[in-house]
Write a protein that binds this ligand. Structure first.
Ligand code: HEC
Length: 126
């Protein structure tokens, strides 16, 4: 026993427990993590389509601007939800709209019908 104890102590001193989270620490982490997940689920359940669209729009902001003001891609502000959904559907179908449509094909391919409607709702709210 003593030997095992001594070996443990020496292992510990050779490997300081930096960032180690076991036992009580891990139990506390699990509780905090469950709370965080619950809060996130509650937020998503009550989120409006525009809120959900805003979340998706982070992937678009680099080219269209955080507020849809335009940049590499055209300005999206002041466009209606229906127009946005219709254009995204065209891109998703691989259709050419402007000279740079190829930049949008990959973007739109990943979007579901719900995603497009949510993004449309967000853009319309800008
Ligand atoms: C790599 C840059 C880039 C990213 C990222 C990007 N876009 Fe675009 N987007 C463009 C370009 C460039 C065009 C013009 C394409 C053309 O010539 O048809 C465009 C066109 C559009 C149009 C048509 C606008 C109009 O008035 O004709 C919509 C709608 C659109 N993008 C939405 C999105 C959404 C939603 C996302 C995120 C899921 C996104 N884009 C991500 C570059 C980008």
């Amino acid at each position: 026993m003593l030997l095992i104890g001594a070996r443990w102590i020496s292992w510990e001193s050779n490997h300081p427990p930096i960032g180690k989270c076991v036992g009580d620490c891990y139990e506390a982490y699990k509780i905090e993590d469950a709370k965080r997940r619950e809060a996130e689920a509650a937020m998503l359940a009550t989120a409006s389509p525009a809120d959900l669209g805003k979340k998706l729009f982070t992937a678009c902001a680099a080219c269209h601007g955080l507020g849809g003001e335009g940049g590499v891609g055209p300005k999206l502000q002041a466009q209606t939800k229906d127009a946005i959904v219709s254009m995204l559907t065209q891109y998703k179908n691989g259709e050419t709209r402007g000279a740079q449509s190829a930049l949008m094909w990959g973007q739109a391919a990943a979007l579901s019908t719900d995603d497009m409607a949510n993004i449309g709702a967000f853009v319309e709210s800008l």
